[in-house]
Design a protein around this ligand. Sequence first.
Ligand code: 6PG
Length: 509
Amino acid sequence: EWKAIGIVGAGNMGSMMAFAFAELGLDVSIWDVAGKNVDELMENVEKPREQLQGKITGFKKIDEFMTSLEGKGERKLFVFSITHGEPADSVLRQIKGNLKSGDIILDGGNEYYRRTERRQQELKPLGVSWIGMGVSGGYQSARRGPSLSPGGDKQAIEQVLPFLELYSAKDKKTGKPCVTYIGPGGSGHYVKMCHNGIEGGLLSTTCEAWDLMHKGLSMSYDEIGDVFKEWSRQGELRNNFLLNIGVDICHRKKSAQGDGRGEGVDPAGGHVLDDVLDKVVQDDDNTEGTPLWSIMESALRHVSSPSLATAHYMRIASGNRNQRVRVAKKLDLPQPKRIDVKDKKDFLEKLRRAVYASFLCSYCQGLELIARASTDEGWGVDLGKCIQIWRAGCIIQSEAIADLLQPILAQDVQIMNIKLIDEVSRDLHDNFEALKEVVLRGTGSDACIPSLSASLEYLKYESSTRLPTQFMEAEMDYFGAHAYNKPCKPGEDPGPVKKGPHHYEWKPA
Ligand code: 6PG
C-alpha cells in the first residue's frame, strides 16, 4: 500500500532509514530542522552508489516537506527520528494541521512511554495513529535492518507490519523478522526502554571484564580481543553483539592514512582505543533518556534492577569527568592493581562465567520490568516475542541467552519472575561461585566492578529468606511505628507492598 514515506530527522539514523526505505521502493521525503543535515544527506544521495528503487528528496522547509507527500497515496506514513520530548512535540505541532484521518506516524526515537501515550490521545480525535516504535541497532542497523518494537493502535500497526517486516533485521537461523506488534499504548517504547536498560547492564559488565583483564591481568588489547572472540564463539556467551564488536575494538590499530576523516592517524600503528577517553555522556547533552527512565520505572514498579541502575550511575560519574579529576586528588585512593592469579586460564574461565551470570541478571531485570508494566497497564506483552525481536539487529542480541529463554517464554508469556524458570535458576546457581570469586578478586585489586558486584548482591538478596532487613524493619518500627510481619505466620505476607499488622512499643513514653 505504501508508496511514499516522510522522515522527520536527517541525523545518522534518519539518513540511513532514507536509503533503506528507498531501497525497498518507497519515495522518501526527508526534512530536518538543521539544514546542514539535509545538505549532507543529499550529497551522499547524489554520489553514485547501489541502485535505489525509490527517490530521496531532502527538504529544509517543513511545509514543502508536507506538500511533497500529498497525492502519493490515500494516507501518509511518517517516521520520526529525532530527539524525544520537546523537539518531537514541536514538529508535531507544526504538521498537525496537515494530518488526515488514516495517517500513521511511527516515532522511532527513544521516547518516554507516557509522552507517547499523550500524543496518541491527542491525535486520536483526528483519526491519526501515533505509534511508539523502538528502533535498535544504531545507524548501521538502521541502514541494513534494525530490531523494531512498535506499540500503539493494533490496526494501524498491522497495516505497516508487512513493510516493517521487510525492513527489519532477520534472525539468522530462522529468517524470522525482528519486529512484532508489541501491544497498545506506550508498550513499544517501554520495551525499547527496557532493552536499553539491559544494554546498560551488558555494556557495564563488558567494560568491567575488559578492565579486569587489562589492568588486573596486564593483558594487551589484542589478547583481550582474542578472549572476547573465544567467548563469543561458543557456550553461554555465544554470538553476543557487544562481545563481537569488542573483538574489533580491541584489535583495531591506527594507520598512517587514518580513517579518511582525520581520526586514527598514527604511523606507529597504536590502538584506536588509546584515543578514547573514559567519559560517556548522554546523547545531545541530554540528562534524561532510556537509562534514567528504566531506573525510575523499576523503582516505581517495585522491580529490583541493580545491575542496570549501577551501570548508569558509573556512566553518570564517567560523564562528570572534571569532578572526578578533583575528587581523585582529594581521596587519593589506591589505583587498580594486578590480580595475583596462579592459573590465568582458570581465572579467565571464571570471568567468562561471571560475565554470563551478570548478563543473565540484566536480562532478568529488564524482562521482569516489562512483565510488571505489562500487567499493571494491561498491555499483554508477549515476552517470548520480545526475545524474538532481540535476536538480530539490536544491541543486546545474544544467541545463547535467546536460545535459553525463548522456548520457555513462548510457552509462558506472562511469567513475572524470570529467575523462577528452571533453566535460568540452574545457570544462575551454577555460575554464582565464579561471579563471587571474580567480585572478590576484583574488589581486592581495587578494580571498578559496579555491575558485576551489583549482580552478585542481586542474586543474594533476591533469593535470600533471611535478609538483614529484619533489623531495618525493627528500627523503622521503633522510630516510625512502621509495623511488621511475624515469622512463621502464614497469610501475613500477602503482597510486596502490604505492611504487617504488628507494632511493638520499643520505648514506652
Ligand atoms: C540502540 C541504542 C540506541 C541508544 C543510543 C544512545 O538500541 O540502538 O540503545 O537507541 O539510544 O545508543 O544511547 P543513550 O540514550 O543511552 O545515550
